[in-house]
Design a protein around this ligand. Sequence first.
Ligand code: C5P
Length: 216
Amino acid sequence: MTHTFTIAIDGPAGAGKGTLARRLADHYRLNLLDTGLTYRAVAHKLLGLGLPLDNVSAAETAARQVDLSNLDRTVLSAHAVGEAASKVAVIPTVRRILVEKQRAFAKAPPGAVLDGRDIGTVVCPDADIKLYVTASAEVRAKRRLAEIESMGGSADLATILADIERRDERDMGRADSPLKPAADAHLLDTSEMAIEAAFLAAMAIVDEALAKRNRA
Ligand code: C5P
């Protein structure tokens, strides 16, 4: 790959886009950014300061302080932080500040895989490849439960499902940059597909685009 190449991956929480993004970035040797972590970092900062999540000026300050090279997944992956992130993510100025950082990341050679909710629609509308990864809310809830149980925890499926549905509603219903597939996105429904199959399907899409580009 001689010039910048961008793969945009969007979809709801728990659809498997994070794993897919990592596999694609490894395979094509591209940089990787989980943009959810940037919203989580803002939420985590406000929670730590004991500030309400609708404190716009504090959220803007926290957004400006986000350092993409220093996002601690372990700290930021907590369920409560994800829930809080979807609340700060409705603030348009916070989005503008974070989107600017995400675009700069995407432009750095050799290019990147970015995953989130608005990558193909807002952050990288000119991405070479756009994937919209989805799965039914029931399947996503069962996967989340299996993940919790595999780490020795326990949870109630109905509660997880309600959480997922609430987050979907917030992400798809917000006025600024709602979650939706870009018009030119390839849809990947992972409800009945293992992540390996989703990776192979995505790879076929990327390889075809690369072959077309090399022929041009
Ligand atoms: O993907 P993740 O669960 O880490 O994202 C946390 C929250 O951050 C999402 O529910 C969503 O509200 C917000 N987000 C966003 N735009 C992105 C990535 C995440 O609004 N590009």
